[in-house]
Design a protein around this ligand. Sequence first.
Ligand SMILES: Nc1ncnc2c1ncn2[C@@H]1O[C@H](COP(=O)(O)OP(=O)(O)O)[C@@H](O)[C@H]1O
Ligand SMILES: [Mg+2]
Length: 124
Amino acid sequence: MRAGGDVVAVRQAVREWAVSIGFSLVDQTKIVTAASELARNTVVYGGGGTLALEALNDGDRRGLRLTFEDGGPGIADIDQAMRDGYTTGGGLGLGLGGARRLSNEFQIESRPGAGTRVTITRWR
Ligand SMILES: Nc1ncnc2c1ncn2[C@@H]1O[C@H](COP(=O)(O)OP(=O)(O)O)[C@@H](O)[C@H]1O
Ligand SMILES: [Mg+2]
């Protein structure tokens, strides 16, 4: 994803996968909203990047895992970036915290100068 229109494409793809996995409408909306925030960060702060989607099946549960990756400037202080209200771009500073709250699992790794990878998982 490189531009705003790609965020729309991400929303559509995540919605389709969530439907195919059998997510409720509420759970579809949660993961689409989280994906939208992370896609926007990838474009705005990461200078563009990629999204990998994985359908999961651990025996009794199905889930959806999304990995956003960019080769941008990275995040020097992840705790600070995760804090609600913290923004360097004039946003609301709720994207990362919101995405974490809307997911069942949340991982963020970043190396300054090398890029950022955020992985979220939502189980049905
Ligand atoms: N992929 C990224 N690459 C570099 N910095 C990022 C990335 N994602 C988030 N950040 C940093 O974390 C801050 C908080 O992100 P977020 O919670 O989404 O709030 P907002 O997008 O409103 O600024 C951003 O302002 C930015 O400084
Ligand atoms: Mg954001």
